[in-house]
Design a protein around this ligand. Sequence first.
Ligand SMILES: [Zn+2]
Length: 595
Amino acid sequence: MSQQSQHILTAVAWPYANGPRHIGHVSGFGVPSDVFSRYQRMAGNKVLMVSGTDEHGTPIQVQADKEGLGVREVADRYNRVIAEDLTALGLSYDLFTRTTTENHYAVAQEIFKGLHANGYIFPKTTMGAISPSTGRTLPDRYIEGTCPICSYDGARGDQCDNCGNQLDPIELVNPVSRINGETPVFVETEHFMLDLPAFAEVLGTWLQSKQGEWRPNVLKFSLNLLGDLHPRAITRDLDWGVPIPLEGWSDQANKRLYVWFDAVIGYLSASIEWARRSGDPDAWRQWWQNPEARGYYFMGKDNIVFHSEIWPALLLGYNGQGARGGTAGPLGALNLPSEVVSSEFLTMEGRKFSSSRQVVIYVRDFLERYDADALRYYIAVAGPENQDTDFTWSEFLNRNNGELVAAWGNLVNRSISMAAKNFGAVPEAGELTDADRALLARSRAAFAPVGAELNRSRFKNAVTEAFDVVRDANRYLAEQEPWKIKDDPERVKSILHVALQVVDDAKTLLTPFLPNSSNKIHAMLGGTGLWSGMPELQEVEEGGRSYPVITGSYEGGARWESTPIRPGTPLAPPTPLFRKLDPKIVDEELARLGE
Ligand SMILES: [Zn+2]
């Protein structure tokens, strides 16, 4: 690679720990961010990929109430489930942590204090709910009523689950306490607001500089938001979250930082935690303060506002770069996102995913029945990259059987088994024909365009172009028919040499998408050592709690280039790479979907 090695932060949206995640979630933030990170590592860049479970806020409390458990127990349970599932999917996080760590509390509070010191946070008296019978504060989640926006009658005091809008309890029509059904009384309560209008100008300049770089839908959406920026509450009447780090506030059990405020800071706190665990506590600065570093944020489209507007505003405020000026806090000035990569939504057989209506397939259940690479491939080639997209079991079956098994698996299998059977090793090529040279040149030439698509997060184009190499190689074998040549072993050697070289190239091109099968092909072709590293769970402890983090060593041998295969390398008969699925799985899976 002629290009110099860059520091690349892959900041992946934080899954919310109130339940297991389904394939719609991982198609939005999970697989795309991993494909991107694996490619960047192969291209020689220094990647830091971080995320974790988002564990504060009302929905976890609601889930805890439902299960009759404490909030920590619920957070612990789903943190573990989610970490296990993302590991099984092969997502190569350098650190996947959680928002309930001491480190995260400290970093979230530090950002709050920096914003406060620079004048971008101000207190405001609003109306909060109390229970008239007890006189105590009623946290938002205990108030229910009709949504003023969509008229849904089960909206909560902080959010409407039907239309997704954030609410204030006082906005609800006919609010009632979920504890005893009484009508709450609203009294004055104080909260902190983020002065978003103070960032309108600098955000506008910054967003305009991203023209032609970001996906157009993300940029257009973000620019539209600019015209309507209002101060936004960053604290809440809530007893589960990060305490407010100011005198007179920190000891109030019912005042906490708003969950979205602490969650976006997770990208930074996880980077700082990763550095501490790596033994070099300042290492995170290379990704956050080096002006050459680039930060890519991956999420579903419902989260764009937090990454293109609010998180940049928090960073600008901490740096002292908004309309009120100021100076950077003790951490130093921090880099803004380079790119916000948002996916659209995945639906399931024409319907919205819904856990309550059983229109869902959880990652764990999927991976119990099918291979991780099969799901990764589907998401890359047919996922919701540019538009809302429907997952159907028949398309999953067809792509698995037609593309992975029949096209790619079969190419690998025929080439290696013929060479193993006839020669026991990678054969030497004799004189090459025009067709041989054309195919070799064609697969070598695929690295630049496929790499360019991956670098721009155009995963569908990238995997399609990589698969074109597979199709051309199959066509070449069909035309050359080495199995029919009986009297010219030298020609057979040349054909199989060419085929194996192209298999090796395609293995490399497909590694970001299909790391498990590429690792197998690497071994089949006599490769030694690790090719593309896989994540692992590591049990860590804090405050008497033991929990898993995802980490891994991704310093494998995979490089984004064509590497000549070595004649004479012993070959064993290959084992199948992918499982062919029985068409009856479509009906079985559809029967599992509820109404
Ligand atoms: Zn609503």
